[in-house]
Design a protein. Structure first.
Lengths: 272, 321
């Protein structure tokens, strides 16, 4: 495990990149040095003690040279609302980098990255790392509508081939991003690894598709979180246990904050 | 120790402050303990604090066999607090002994094990097992959890009835010579009768309060926000309730009290001590500020110096009415 830091970091810039979706750049040299794609930071959103708990936010991009990290998040409640109101120049109290991060195998040649909605947040750093390692990368972005398609150009600038699906068809492919994935597989582009982050039904479908096509798949999960460092056991998800003696699916609760947020798709138990 | 307190020392007001307290026969270098469930097995906090500086560590509640816990969502923030329904997920006592306690042995800080069970026999067996290994593995004492609101059997059932409290505590008392702390629930009509029953049954100290039972509802889905429906409320929201109960129990029993409930800063800790707590446990605040225990220890020393108090024990229960 890498070092976990509790530091105050300065907000260098803030931008509303889509309705209610914010991109914040932080000066955080120590965290930037340690951060791996797929990790997150745990942020005290406000200066006083409301809201009480920190909020876990994915690291969107890391610039090790400049010592900067970017976070991309959607305003969904009180914590993220207050975070979006913080000003350039403010200091944020953060813990991080936290979690395990994505695992890109050295032998993989083709990588498929799939983000649904704000789920693209941890994937830009992953895309950058995959390309740095010489992989051929395709990115699929799914969104409800055109205004909520995030990061399309940024992925493309890194050198990935990017396809977009919108539910209503207001932009590019009409339908679900998982339909797009199936189509691409049918066309014959088979990845060695799929990485995905987004709503649970999307992740579940992607894992199904990956299993049918024998593609290794890693998904990034989220859950209500308190401590972020594995102590409170609040943010658990159901993970299959390795006991193969019984037919019944056996599971245990694993912590999203330290055992995840990235899990092998095949080991996640999806509840109805 | 910062410069200002150092200066106060040398200015001759007082030459030495004493933060040492004794709880259930266990000597603590200061009154700051960690609350069970909020500090994992200790190691999780080692990146942030020196575990050697803590008064004592109370570890995540343990049961005889590993426990899977409740389905998620297990935690939700509420005004000035949080609800949790973890359901005592833990590795079980044997894994605790083999994998968690060895790490803590290198620290010069008493380790207190919080124990839970479905039946009296399970509590007794746990106490026996931990008694057997106490010297070798460095178990300083037990905190008996008769107040967990998030499990179906056992848990809080023992702590809401004075007779049941007496029964379970006298059974555990007979089986172990380890110091026994009893963790009390606030979800009762009269906490004083429960506290008395625990004292009569041979408890060496009381810790209070465990969480208050509560609930939160999602108005869009009309579902409870916790999968378990109810959960335990902790954090600053519960502090006034906890203080009042500590004060009442302080007037009722002779054994030391450990104050718990919403302590996030030094002032909160001092309130509990003045209201009768000889030590305090810090819970939810660890999730927000992993260094909070250290900050509170430093704050205590400063307070004593500033107020010309030599010994923290002078402050215990010193509320003027």
């Amino acid at each position: 495990m890498n070092a976990i830091l509790n530091v105050k970091v300065k907000i260098l810039s803030k931008e509303e990149v889509a309705p209610n979706i914010f991109l914040i750049k932080l000066s955080a040299p120590s965290v930037a040095q340690e951060a791996l794609p797929g990790q997150f930071i745990h942020i005290k959103c406000n200066v006083d003690s409301y809201p009480l708990l920190r909020r876990p936010i994915s690291i969107h991009r890391t610039d090790k040279e400049k010592g900067e990290i970017y976070i991309l998040f959607q305003v969904v409640g009180e914590g993220t609302k207050l975070l979006a109101q913080r000003k350039v120049g403010d200091n944020l109290d953060i813990l991080g980098p936290l979690g395990n991060g994505f695992n890109i195998y050295p032998e993989s040649k083709k990588i498929m990255i799939i983000g649904g909605g704000i789920g693209v947040a941890p994937l830009l750093a992953l895309c950058e790392e995959s390309i740095r390692k010489g992989k051929e990368v395709r990115v699929l972005i799914g969104a409800l509508k055109k205004e909520l398609v995030i990061g399309e150009e940024n992925f493309r600038k890194l050198g990935a081939k990017v396809d977009v699906a919108t539910n209503g068809g207001s932009y590019k492919y009409k339908g679900l991003v998982t339909d797009l994935l199936e189509r691409i597989i049918k066309e014959g582009w088979l990845a060695d690894q799929i990485f995905a982050c987004g709503p649970k039904p999307m992740l579940r479908k992607i894992v199904e598709i990956s299993l049918v096509n024998h593609i290794d798949c890693q998904v990034s999960l989220e859950e209500r979180m308190a401590c972020g460092i594995g102590a409170c056991l609040g943010c658990v998800c159901k993970i299959k246990t390795r006991d193969k003696k019984e037919d019944k699916v056996k599971y245990e609760y694993k912590r999203v904050c330290v055992d995840g947020p990235v899990f092998r798709g095949s080991e996640v138990v999806w509840d109805d | 120790m910062d410069l200002s307190s150092e200066e106060a020392r040398w200015s001759g007001m007082i030459d030495k402050t004493c933060l040492e307290v004794e709880i259930a026969g266990i000597k603590l270098k200061n009154p700051v303990m960690t609350a069970s469930g909020a500090f994992g097995y200790g190691e999780e906090f080692s990146p942030f604090i020196d575990l050697d500086r803590l008064g004592a560590m109370v570890l995540k509640g343990i049961t005889l066999k590993p426990k899977r816990g409740n389905p998620p969502p297990r935690v939700i923030e509420t005004p000035s607090g949080m609800l949790n329904a973890i359901g005592l997920q833990n590795v079980g006592v044997e894994v605790l002994i083999k994998e968690k306690l060895p790490y803590l042995k290198k620290f010069n800080t008493p380790v207190i094990i919080n124990i839970s069970g479905d039946t009296i026999e399970e509590y007794v067996e746990l106490a026996q097992r931990l008694g057997e290994v106490s010297k070798e593995m460095g178990v300083a004492g037990l905190e008996v959890n008769i107040s967990c609101p998030n499990v179906k059997k056992g848990g809080m059932a023992w702590g809401t009835d004075a007779k049941a409290t007496y029964k379970i505590m006298s059974s555990i008392r007979k089986t172990t010579t380890l110091p026994l702390i009893v963790k009390l629930t606030p979800n009762v009509t009269d906490i004083k009768t429960i506290a008395q029953a625990a004292e009569e049954a041979g408890a060496d100290a009381l810790s209070l309060i465990n969480t208050l039972v509560g609930m939160a509802v999602d108005i869009d889905s009309r579902k409870p926000k916790l999968a378990n429906i109810s959960g335990g409320l902790s954090g600053p929201a519960v502090k006034p309730v906890a203080l009042w109960l500590v004060w009442q129990v302080f007037q009722t029993v002779k054994i030391p009290i450990i104050g718990i409930g919403g302590i996030i800063k030094i002032e909160d800790a001092l309130e509990f001590i003045i209201a009768g707590a000889r030590a305090i446990e810090i819970g939810t605040a660890n999730f927000v500020n992993p260094r909070v225990t250290m900050e509170i220890i430093e704050g205590m020393e400063k307070y004593l110096i500033k107020n010309n108090i030599k010994d923290i024990n002078e402050l215990v229960g010193s509320m003027k009415i």
